[in-house]
Structures are given as structure tokens and as C-alpha cells.
Design a protein around this ligand. Structure first.
Ligand code: SF4
Length: 142
């Protein structure tokens, strides 16, 4: 589950792992923290790997806004057809869902349809899909 305030922008290298771990967004991503919109920063890489990519940073990250802010977002593919993917997202707080929905991704034009999402969640959904399709094409070629 990624932190709800993390905007992924590019893959992080998986150096050091023979088989990279499966993370909430699929692969590890580098990106920026949008928890404080007037002060968007790219946290140190170790923090991105341990907190931004994994969520539940409320007591471990001094940028986390606290209060009623959700703790994490998770994505999963629920239907994988040749022309499109269905992706469920769940926003969590205290390990309970506070919002959820289904997105439909078109393979032909990379469009993403579904409920209106914040830019942060859309960017996370696209990072997750990028990882998923990358892994799918790799396993199909083996
Ligand atoms: S873990 Fe902290 S630094 Fe990373 S995105 Fe969340 S609030 Fe920002």
C-alpha cells in the first residue's frame, strides 16, 4: 500500500535483489511527497522505499499530515482481458477501507475510466498498471 500523498514518477533501480520484492505499486518507484501542497519535495531514497512506497507512515514520517488523513492506498487487478484491465483501488485508514472503486484501463489507448480520482491516486494507478503490464509482458516472453 502506497502512502496516499506519494506521486510516483519513475522506477527505482532494483539493484541488489536477484528477485525484486513485490511492492504495493508493483515495482519500487521514486517520486514526490504532496502531503504539503505548498512544499512538494522528493524525500531521500531510503524514505521513499520504506515509507512512501509502503504507506502507514503516520507515526514514522514528519511530513504526514495526521488527523483524518488516510494511511494507504492499495490496487489490484480483478480482471485481465486482452483488450482491457479492471483495477480495484482501496483507500485505507487504520486498516479499514474508507473509499474504493473500480477503474477500467484500455490496452489500445491507455485510457483510464472510472470515478473521479485525485491526481495523486491517478498517478499511483498508472504506476501500478505500468508495473503490472511490465511483469505480464516479461512472463509472457519466458
Ligand atoms: S511517507 Fe511521508 S514523505 Fe512519503 S509521501 Fe507519505 S507523507 Fe510524504
Amino acid at each position: 500500500m502506497a502512502c496516499p500523498f506519494f506521486v510516483p514518477s519513475r522506477r527505482l533501480e532494483n539493484a541488489g535483489w536477484i528477485r525484486p520484492p513485490r511492492l504495493p505499486l508493483g515495482d519500487p518507484f521514486a517520486g514526490a511527497c504532496h502531503a504539503q501542497p505548498a512544499d512538494i519535495v522528493e524525500p531521500p531514497e531510503a524514505q521513499q522505499r520504506e515509507l512512501c512506497n509502503c504507506g502507514y507512515a503516520r507515526t514514522r514520517c514528519d511530513r504526514f499530515p495526521g488527523g483524518s488523513a488516510p494511511d494507504a492506498v492499495r490496487f489490484s487487478v480483478t480482471d485481465d482481458a486482452p483488450a482491457r484491465l479492471l483495477v480495484v483501488y482501496v483507500v485505507e485508514k487504520d486498516h479499514a477501507p474508507v473509499a474504493h472503486g473500480t477503474l477500467e484501463y484500455s490496452i489500445s489507448d491507455a485510457s483510464l475510466d472510472g470515478p473521479h480520482l485525485s491526481d495523486v491516486l491517478l498517478r499511483q494507478a498508472r504506476a501500478f498498471l505500468d508495473s503490472y503490464l511490465h511483469r505480464r509482458s516479461r512472463s509472457a516472453s519466458v
